[in-house]
Design a protein around this ligand. Structure first.
Ligand code: BEZ
Length: 249
């Protein structure tokens, strides 16, 4: 299963991803003149904020559509794989990443690449889904997929480690961890609600299922989730948990 992205759909249903990223940007604290790699830059909205601080940014994203969206904002973005970062050794002052690393399958390959590309002492500042992230959504998606006779593990496409486990992984790759926090972040969804969220962020999972059941699976997951994640005024709040860290090479 490969997640696919449509920048227009993402902007419509997922703008909160960059709107809520102020915390990790504060931890990055970009400085004028720094060269920063934005790993999984997506549509480039955060790269743009880093550029506004005076740093020079190179974005890397596996989705050609998202890299093109970033380029349209004036970002120097290239298409590439986080597990095989196509950059010269010791060529950046910092690697930044928001809401992307939970899609990476081989974290050891990615961490080796980040370590290599950073100058000695350079920092790796990132935020992604942490342990317990979207737990209710995952249970509901699994149940809905199984209800229609398919393998519920099709939904297991992301990685959400604990702070302890991810600290160890960073250390095994030669990083020193300066800060690490697991941050519950209940996240209000736009008007498109849970259905819009599932269709955007579980697009790859849905595309791996026969077309005729996709809408039914979305409806079933939405039905199961309403008692847990919909408030009494009808607003959807997703059960996000973030893992945020600063480590240095
Ligand atoms: C997240 O940011 O935690 C996330 C987004 C989409 C799918 C799964 C997790």
């Amino acid at each position: 299963m490969t997640q696919t992205w449509d920048p227009h759909q993402y902007e419509q249903h997922g703008a909160f991803v960059h709107e809520l990223a102020g915390g990790v940007l504060d931890w990055l604290a970009p400085e004028a003149g720094e060269r920063i790699l934005d790993l999984g830059c997506g549509d480039g909205q955060l790269s743009k904020r880093i550029v506004a601080a005076g740093a020079s940014v190179v974005g890397l994203d596996s989705s050609p559509q998202m890299a093109a969206a970033a380029q349209s904002l004036g970002i120097d973005a290239i298409v590439g794989d986080a597990e095989a970062i196509p950059f010269v050794s010791h060529s950046v002052d910092a690697v930044f990443s928001n809401a992307a690393l939970h899609w990476v399958r081989n974290h050891d390959a990615m961490l080796s690449g980040v370590k290599l590309v950073l100058r000695p002492g350079g920092r790796f500042v990132a935020e992604f889904g942490g342990f317990g992230n979207i737990a209710a959504i995952r249970v509901a998606m699994r149940a809905a997929i199984e209800r229609f006779g398919f393998d519920g593990s099709k939904d297991d496409v992301n990685y959400y480690p604990t702070p302890q486990i991810y600290t160890r992984r960073l250390e095994q790759h030669g990083f020193t961890v300066d800060r690490m926090a697991l941050i519950p972040r209940p996240t209000p969804l736009p008007a498109s609600g849970m259905s819009g969220w599932i269709r955007t962020f579980r697009r790859g999972v849905l595309e791996s299922l026969p077309e005729g059941v996709r809408d039914k699976i979305v409806e079933e997951a939405v039905r199961l989730l309403a008692p847990a994640l919909k408030d009494e005024e009808g607003n959807w709040i997703a059960d996000y948990v973030r893992l945020r860290f600063i480590a240095h090479a």
